[in-house]
Design a protein around this ligand. Structure first.
Ligand code: MRU
Length: 345
């Protein structure tokens, strides 16, 4: 299962707003359509957004390749893509890499040669995501030495990355090793990424999955139906605080109360070493209609006030370990994070 396909002059994105009812691809012929797809969550999940934005920069470069002020125009396009969503740092990481690639091209290099370099860099970002998810999953699976049931929130699967997934990548690997009995998937209101995407993705792969509404997680834990929680992340700060889909924090608090380890699986591109703590992370607030409607059907008074943060921050005290492609950080905090950074980067 792959969330995107690059065709040389267009980007095909699996339309995640249509799943699970329809498997349709969006053909992005220009960077504006890529930006719109990110805003609309047609492509979503931190690593997938980053890779899509990288190809958005390539499409933009191809569009302005004949212009005298080519490099300035590519910078403006990159800036436009940066504005699409604020929380997942992978978006900025990928665009920064693309701009560094542009800056590394000699001043006398022809525009079309620069555009080719940018395309190569986007392909590296795409390929890197496949690789890191595989190694992260192998590290993560070592945490499970006997069969367990695992709860997850939102979708941190193949759909949220280029392929394989982060949290669901670990689950896939642990399942292949015979250590996953069942996955409990929170439906993840308001946009139902757990119900529409995680339940679908795991079902397609033949991994036993039980769908629950978000407010059932505590009771599922109380009844000892799960022995671990694994989620993905949109941004991890240098003290180990974790931003992820709204509702993650509640799951972490419940897990602590029930003595269940709460694991986060994320690539190094999700780490924001410039931020000291989760207090600094910009949290996206989305349209009130997402809360007042469920898939087009009105479920609340239209004139009611709504608060719709798309993410929350789980303080590091709740996190048993962060699983990365370079290894596992147990008990993340300022010191363990700094040690990991020094050893692995
Ligand atoms: O709003 P979304 O669907 O983009 O939010 C996605 C999440 O919060 C994921 O858990 C996170 O990006 C990790 S994906 C590997």
């Amino acid at each position: 299962m792959e969330s995107m396909r690059w065709n040389g002059d267009s980007l095909e994105l699996l339309d995640q707003t249509k799943l699970p009812k329809a498997l349709e691809y969006i053909h992005c012929q220009d960077y504006r359509r890529v930006g719109l797809a990110i805003k609309r969550l047609e492509v979503r999940g931190a690593p997938a957004i980053g890779a899509a934005a990288a190809y958005g920069v390539v499409l933009g470069a191809q569009e302005v390749v004949k212009d005298a002020d080519f490099r300035e125009k590519v910078a403006v396009i990159a800036e436009e893509l940066r504005q699409t969503r604020p929380t997942a740092v992978n978006l900025f990481w990928a665009i920064d890499r693309m701009m560094a690639c542009l800056d590394a091209c000699d001043a006398d290099m022809a525009n079309d040669a620069v555009a080719v370099k940018l395309e190569e860099e986007a392909k590296v970002i795409e390929e890197l995501d496949r690789e890191v998810n595989r190694s992260m999953s192998e590290h993560g699976a070592t945490l499970f030495t006997e069969p367990v049931s695992i709860l997850t929130h939102c979708n941190a699967g193949a759909l949220a990355t280029v392929a394989y997934g982060t949290a669901l990548g670990v689950i896939r690997q642990a399942h292949a090793e015979g250590h996953v009995v069942r996955v409990f998937a929170d439906e993840t209101r308001p946009l139902l990424q757990g119900a529409r995407l995680t339940a679908w993705e795991l079902n397609e792969d033949g991994i036993p999955v039980t769908l629950i509404t978000d407010n059932m997680a505590g009771w599922v834990m109380k009844q000892k139906k799960v022995q671990a929680v694994i989620v993905g992340a949109d941004r991890i700060t240098s003290n180990g605080d974790v931003a992820n889909k709204i509702g993650t924090y509640s799951v972490a608090v419940l897990a602590k109360e029930h003595g269940i380890p709460f694991y986060v699986a994320a690539p190094m591109s999700t780490f924001d070493w410039t931020m000291e703590s989760g207090d600094e992370i910009p949290i996206e607030e989305r349209d009130a209609d997402e809360v007042k409607h469920v898939y087009g059907v009105q479920t609340a008074p239209l004139d009611i006030d709504v608060f719709n943060p798309a993410f929350d921050v789980t303080p590091h005290e709740y996190v048993a370990a962060i699983i990365t492609e370079k290894g596992i950080i147990h008990n993340p905090n300022k010191e363990t994070m700094a040690r990991f950074k020094k050893e692995k980067m």
